[in-house]
Design a protein around this ligand. Structure first.
Ligand code: C5P
Length: 408
């Protein structure tokens, strides 16, 4: 289960993967005193993966490209240099070096704000370790796309670093650390399908929600900032006199005047529908309170949503805070047809086909997600090739991809 080189004292490098998330239901309450919003969400992990390798920097070797890229290759300062942490969650650039590869890599920070670096710093401090650690991230989830790519990096980094440093934390303990790093990070560790409450970090797995769902993912040019999308929702609600109605049912929303914003109600019906395998029944219950805010900041997404519905998708929505759009389909063949039509219409940068639920973060030993030590519910990743469309390259990234022939 451990990649790269091992020594009797333990592994020198560990690689883990973690999945993207989508929100089948995303109900956003009002802003709390701590600046977060109270959420009720139904998370689902889908078959797009971030891959993270954590490695000790070894004297005389300069682990992988990372150390060399940062000018500390050759191990001149070795693995026993005294750490200069910034405190919990912080990291010193000299002690934790980050490199990122894959689509959108240039948009990912490699300094102490990188979530994987914060995850490594957190566990390194807990282990009382002063080791210099190199992190290599391979992106398979859209950057700033509303699918928790950064959170998946943190999740994979936690799982890998736990093994690298021999901490032996259980999944629950890792999820508890994950919640300190971000609202979606615990779910990226857990995977499957889960109800999320609090700010999204309190999870209850929906064991019965196992029927496979096929989804077309339309990637946009550029990203949206999650805090800005939440702030825009607050602004729209205030403007329309809808603030303070958290928990109200969708049909009650915005009665005070102006055009009503959707206000996701209870999850009961969706949770019940997820026990079955009727994709249309499930699609009819999907809702995302952040969608109007994302559309307000990126109005061009309306065209993408329209194109997906015209292509015959059962339901189209912005993914989380966007700008990625999701189209829910009857089955795999339907998803391929919808993806091809969206791709033809030229409304987005790239189209992929994915499916869920899949398991959560796990250590891998080779090219693709393997069973973790503590598997979570959900079918194994589907790596079958699809005739007529390409496949994303890279370990762990197994979704099919349809590149738009002409670009946007
Ligand atoms: O938890 P995370 O760091 O991923 O959140 C990023 C930002 O998204 C927060 O700083 C906050 O602005 C917003 N957010 C929120 N309410 C949540 C989750 C996130 O307002 N429940």
């Amino acid at each position: 289960m451990v990649s790269d080189v091992s020594t009797p004292a333990g592994p020198r490098a560990v690689t883990a993967v973690a999945p993207a998330k989508i929100n089948l239901h995303l109900a956003v309450g009002d802003v709390r005193a701590d600046g977060f919003h109270e959420l009720v969400t139904v998370y689902r992990a889908v078959d797009l993966w971030e891959q993270v390798t954590v490695a000790f920097e070894v004297p005389g070797r300069g682990e992988g490209g990372t150390a060399g890229a940062r000018g500390v290759g050759g191990g001149a300062r070795g693995a026993t240099v005294v750490a200069r942490d910034d405190g919990p969650g912080g990291c010193d650039d000299d002690d934790i070096a980050v490199t990122v590869a894959g689509p959108g890599a240039d948009q990912v920070p490699t300094d102490r704000t990188n979530l994987a670096a914060r995850a490594v710093a957190l566990l390194r401090e807990e282990a009382g370790s002063d080791a210099r650690i190199a992190i290599r991230i391979r992106k398979g989830v859209p950057v700033a796309g509303g699918m928790a790519g950064g959170s998946a990096d943190a999740a994979a980094a936690l799982v890998a670093t736990d093994r690298l440093l021999g901490l032996g934390l259980g999944r629950a303990e890792l999820e508890q650390r994950a919640a300190r790093l971000g609202s979606d990070v615990p779910f990226c560790i857990r995977g499957g399908t889960a109800l999320g409450t609090g700010r999204g970090e309190e999870l209850a797995t929906l064991l019965h929600a196992r029927a496979e769902q096929h989804i077309v993912v339309a990637l946009a040019d550029g990203g949206l900032s999650t805090p800005e999308v939440f702030a825009e929702l607050d602004r729209l609600r205030t403007e329309r006199g809808e603030a303070g109605q958290a928990g109200g049912r969708r049909e009650d929303a915005g009665q005070s005047g102006g055009r009503a914003l959707p206000r996701a109600g209870r999850t009961d019906q969706l949770v019940q529908a997820l026990a079955g395998d009727d994709p249309a029944a499930i699609a009819a219950l999907l809702i995302n309170d952040l969608e109007p805010a994302a559309l307000s900041l990126a109005p061009g997404l309306r065209r993408t949503l329209r194109a997906g519905l015209e292509a015959g998708a059962l339901h189209g929505t912005v993914s989380g805070s966007g700008p990625t759009c999701l189209f829910f389909c009857r089955d795999r063949e339907h998803a391929i047809a919808v993806a091809a039509e969206i791709s033809e219409s030229g409304v987005c940068r790239e189209v992929r086909i994915t499916h869920g639920p899949v398991g959560g973060a796990r250590i891998i030993d080779g090219p693709g997600p393997g069973p973790g030590p503590d598997p979570v519910p959900g079918p194994a990743a589907d790596t079958r090739p699809v005739a007529g469309v390409g496949s994303t390259a890279g370990p762990g990234a197994t979704a099919d991809v349809v590149d738009h022939p002409t670009g946007k």
